[in-house]
Design a protein around this ligand. Structure first.
Ligand code: PHE
Length: 358
């Protein structure tokens, strides 16, 4: 066996034995590199006579080609195997639940807003929003508050520093200014639900300086108090997930509605435990009424053509009632243990068909 035959046999053996791309590269260098076996044989060509060189040159070139082809073929096989291995190793079953179990919880405020929006969404309402920082016009004047109304006083309202023209912006004291913004922006018929943060300079057991409300507004040609009652009774039953909740409309006053009412739901406090539903007691949950004609006029809606109703309720309050959360202030303490206990599993979005709360 000539040296060439031997180098050829060894190299082809090593090529089929190489178990990965790196080993294969090593084989290539050993045969064809500067100090490689085939390279060494090629150097011998220089010392040969013309005939011998021609014969040996052809032989050695044939071997080189054969080795190159074998290298290339083996490389394709090894690369495919490496890819298969990697795919197997990095395989992820996307149908498995996240592990370890998701740690985050949805805050009861967000959950309650989602539930309220799901219920009114089903009734054909769309969500509207407005800024937390308002001006006197949207928060008070357009809503028919007389200039001397007590709610405008420093006592209740957070005012921002006075501007050069003497006017002061404020933190909205309710979500009702978004009624004004909505009517100024869109033509009736209007059916909107307005969740958001509200602010009052008040802090004790049952009041926090920032809290949340949901406002509702419906404007159309024949919208009446019956619609208001039906809509709110339906909401209360769906929200509390009870077939029968006594609902009471009690006459009240707001500058921006006439007539106005506060809505109470039935409950029992037997044995010191609060239970929503039939019982001897009543609990106030929201304010409502027919939109005052002055408000319609202030917002560019003709009260001779259109009428409607509005309502507003405190999110914390209805969340506390439904989920048995005893203390308002805990909503804003960012205590993770509290959130783990009262919070909701992410991705379980409330729907009327799939269930509101799980
Ligand atoms: N804005 C009122 C409040 O904050 C609630 C309300 C809204 C009442 C709409 C009537 C109509 O108490």
């Amino acid at each position: 066996m000539t040296d060439l035959d031997q180098v050829r046999a060894e190299t082809l053996n090593s090529i089929s034995a190489a178990s990965d791309v790196a080993a294969l590269e090593q084989v290539r260098v050993t045969a064809l590199g500067k100090k490689g076996g085939i390279t060494a044989l090629m150097r011998m060509l220089g010392d040969m006579g013309a005939d011998e060189r021609r014969v040996f040159g052809q032989q050695i070139n044939a071997v080189k080609d054969e080795v190159a082809a074998a290298l290339e073929a083996r490389k394709i096989v090894l690369e495919a195997a490496a890819l298969d291995q990697r795919l197997a190793r990095e395989r992820i079953d996307v149908t498995l639940p996240a592990r370890p179990e998701a740690q985050g919880r949805i805050h009861p405020i967000s959950q309650t807003v989602d539930e309220v929006v799901a219920i009114f969404g089903q009734m054909g309402f769309t969500v509207a929003e407005g800024p937390d920082i308002e001006d006197d016009f949207h928060n008070f004047t357009a809503l028919n508050f007389p200039p001397e109304h007590p709610a405008r006083l420093m006592h209740d309202t957070f005012f921002l520093p006075e501007k050069a023209d003497g006017s002061r912006l404020l933190l909205r004291t309710h979500t009702s200014p978004v009624q004004v913004r909505t009517m100024l922006q869109q033509k009736p018929p209007i059916r909107v639900i307005i969740p958001g943060r509200t602010y009052r300079c008040d802090s004790d057991m049952t009041h926090t300086p920032m809290f949340h409300q949901v406002e509702g507004l419906v404007i159309d040609r024949t919208t009446n108090m019956g619609h208001l009652k039906g809509c709110l009774i339906e909401f209360v039953k769906t929200y509390f997930e009870l077939d029968d909740v006594p609902v009471r409309f009690r006459p009240s006053f707001f500058p921006f509605t006439e007539p106005s009412a506060e809505v109470d739901i039935g409950c029992s406090r037997a044995g010191g435990e609060l239970k929503i539903g039939a019982g001897a007691d009543w609990l106030e949950i929201l304010g409502c009424g027919m939109v005052h004609p002055n408000v319609l006029t202030n917002c560019g809606v003709d009260p001779n053509e259109y009428q409607g109703f509005a309502f507003g309720m405190g999110i914390e309050r209805i969340a506390m009632l439904k989920y048995g959360i005893p203390d308002l202030r805990t909503f804003f303490e960012s205590d993770l243990r509290w959130l783990r206990h009262y919070g909701f599993v992410p991705l379980d979005l409330p729907t009327l068909t799939g269930g509101l709360a799980r």
